[in-house]
Write a protein that binds this ligand. Structure first.
Ligand SMILES: *Cc1c(COP(=O)(O)O)cnc(C)c1O
Length: 385
C-alpha cells in the first residue's frame, strides 16, 4: 500500500468537480499576446497591469546590476544578503509611498505572512475580510492571534465584532485595498474610522493597486484619501511594476520591528540584487508616465460598461480587474475553453480561490491591450449571454 495513494483519490475528486488545476505554460515574454500549446492568444490573464514585465528598460537595469553584483544574493538580509541596491530601492519605495520607511521581502506573499505574524500574536485579535488574499489569511493563521472574520466589505458587522471583542492586547484590521478577484475597493475611510474608534492598527494590501490607483500611483489609500490613517501598507513589485518581490511601507519603528521580527524576512534569502535594479527602473516608468494608468482605468471603465450592457454580472468591480461571475465551476471552465478556442486567454477562477457558487472568469486589462484587442474580447463575449 502506497502511503501517498490518497493523493490520487483527491485529485480524481477535484477532476470530477471541475476543480483540478494545471498551470498553462507559455514560451516568451509576458505581454498582451501569449503562445500556449502552439496557439497564439490574446492574454487577459496577467497582473502586468502597466505592461512593464517585458519592458526593455527593466531588463537593461537588471543586466547592468548582474554585471556588478552577479545574480544570487547568497544570504538572508540580516546576514550578508543585503546590498546597496536593496537599500536604495527601500528608500525609493518610502519616498514613492510618502512614508518614513519601507522594507522589501522576496514576495508579496512573504510580506503579508511576515508582517501580520509580527504585528499580532497570542492574546491579540485580527479582523479579516472574508475575501482577503490567501497570503493575508495565512498570516492571520500563523500569527496565533484570534482571527475574527467579517463578511466582505461589511463595516457594520466589523463594528459589532470590534464592540464584542472585550479585552485584548492588540488589534489589527487587515484588508485588500483592491480585491484581487472581484476588482472592487475596500471602504477604507469607514475602516479607518473604526480602527480609530477602537484603537486598532489598520493594514492595507495594495498588491493590485500600486502603480494603478491614486494620483501618484500609491494605490487605493491615495485614491480614497486615507494615506495618513492607514498604519501599515503592503505592496508587491510583481504586478503593475512588472518585477518580483513584496514590500511594507510605514513608520520607521514599524519597519525596524519587521526587520527584527518578521520571520519571512529574517529566515529567507534576500532577493537577487538585480531585482532591486529592475524595480527601480519600473518606478521611474510609473512616475514618469501617469498617463499609462489613467488610460488603463478609462479603458476598463468602458469595457465594464459594455459587458454590463451585454448582460454580464461584473459584481462590484471598479478597476482593471473585471470578473464575469457565472456561479458554477463547470460553466466557468466551459466559457474559458470556448474563449481559448477563439484565441482569447481568460482564466476561470474556481473555489477555493473564490467562495462556492461564485466561480468567475477574471478579465484583467493591462496597458498593453489595444482598443482592437479589447473589442475582440467584447465581441466574443457578446455571443455567450
Ligand atoms: C498577488 C497578491 C499577493 C502576493 O504577492 P506576490 O508578490 O505575488 O507574492 C498579496 N496580496 C494580494 C492581494 C495579491 O493579489
Amino acid at each position: 500500500m502506497n502511503p501517498l495513494s490518497w493523493i490520487d483519490d483527491e485529485l480524481d475528486s477535484l477532476e470530477r468537480r471541475h476543480l483540478r488545476r494545471r498551470p498553462p505554460t507559455h514560451d516568451g515574454p509576458q505581454s498582451a499576446r501569449l503562445s500556449i500549446a502552439g496557439r497564439e492568444l490574446l492574454n487577459f490573464g496577467s497582473n502586468d497591469y502597466l505592461a512593464l514585465a517585458a519592458d526593455p528598460r527593466l531588463g537593461a537595469a537588471a543586466s547592468e546590476a548582474v554585471a556588478h553584483f552577479g545574480w544570487g544574493s547568497g544570504a538572508s538580509p540580516l546576514v550578508t544578503g543585503r546590498t546597496e541596491l536593496h537599500q536604495t530601492l527601500e528608500r525609493r519605495l518610502a519616498e514613492f509611498e510618502g512614508t518614513e520607511a519601507a522594507l522589501t521581502f522576496s514576495t508579496g506573499f512573504a510580506a503579508n505572512v511576515g508582517a501580520i505574524s509580527a504585528l499580532v500574536g497570542q492574546g491579540d485579535a485580527v479582523y479579516c475580510d472574508r475575501k482577503n488574499h490567501a497570503s493575508i489569511w495565512d498570516g492571520c493563521r500563523l500569527s496565533r492571534a484570534d482571527v475574527r472574520v467579517y463578511p466582505h466589505n461589511d463595516c457594520r458587522r466589523l463594528a459589532e465584532l470590534l464592540e464584542a471583542s472585550g479585552r485584548c492586547r492588540r488589534r489589527l484590521i487587515v484588508t485588500d485595498g483592491l480585491f484581487s478577484m472581484d476588482g472592487d475597493l475596500a471602504p477604507l475611510a469607514e475602516l479607518a474610522s473604526l480602527a480609530e474608534r477602537h484603537g486598532a492598527m489598520l493594514m492595507v494590501d495594495e498588491a493590485h493597486a500600486t502603480g494603478v490607483f491614486g494620483r501618484r500611483g500609491r494605490g487605493t489609500t491615495e485614491h480614497l484619501g486615507v494615506e495618513d490613517r492607514v498604519h501599515v501598507r503592503v505592496g508587491t513589485l510583481s504586478k503593475a511594476l512588472g518585477c518580483s518581490g513584496g514590500f511594507v511601507a510605514g513608520p520607521a519603528p514599524l519597519v525596524e520591528w519587521l526587520v527584527n521580527r518578521a520571520r519571512s524576512y529574517v529566515f529567507s534569502t534576500a532577493a537577487p540584487p538585480a531585482c532591486s535594479a529592475a524595480a527601480l527602473a519600473a518606478m521611474d516608468a510609473v512616475q514618469d508616465d501617469p498617463q499609462r494608468r489613467e488610460t488603463l482605468l478609462a479603458r476598463a471603465d468602458a469595457l465594464r460598461a459594455e459587458l454590463r450592457r451585454q448582460g454580464w454580472n461584473t459584481g462590484a468591480s471598479a478597476s482593471q480587474i473585471i470578473p464575469l461571475i457565472v456561479g458554477e465551476p463547470r460553466r466557468a471552465t466551459a466559457l474559458a475553453a470556448d474563449l481559448f478556442a477563439r484565441g482569447l486567454f481568460v482564466p476561470a477562477i474556481r473555489p477555493p480561490t473564490v467562495p462556492e457558487g461564485e466561480a468567475l472568469l477574471r478579465i484583467s486589462l493591462t496597458a498593453g491591450h489595444s482598443d482592437e484587442m479589447i473589442a475582440a474580447l467584447s465581441e466574443a463575449l457578446a455571443r455567450h449571454v
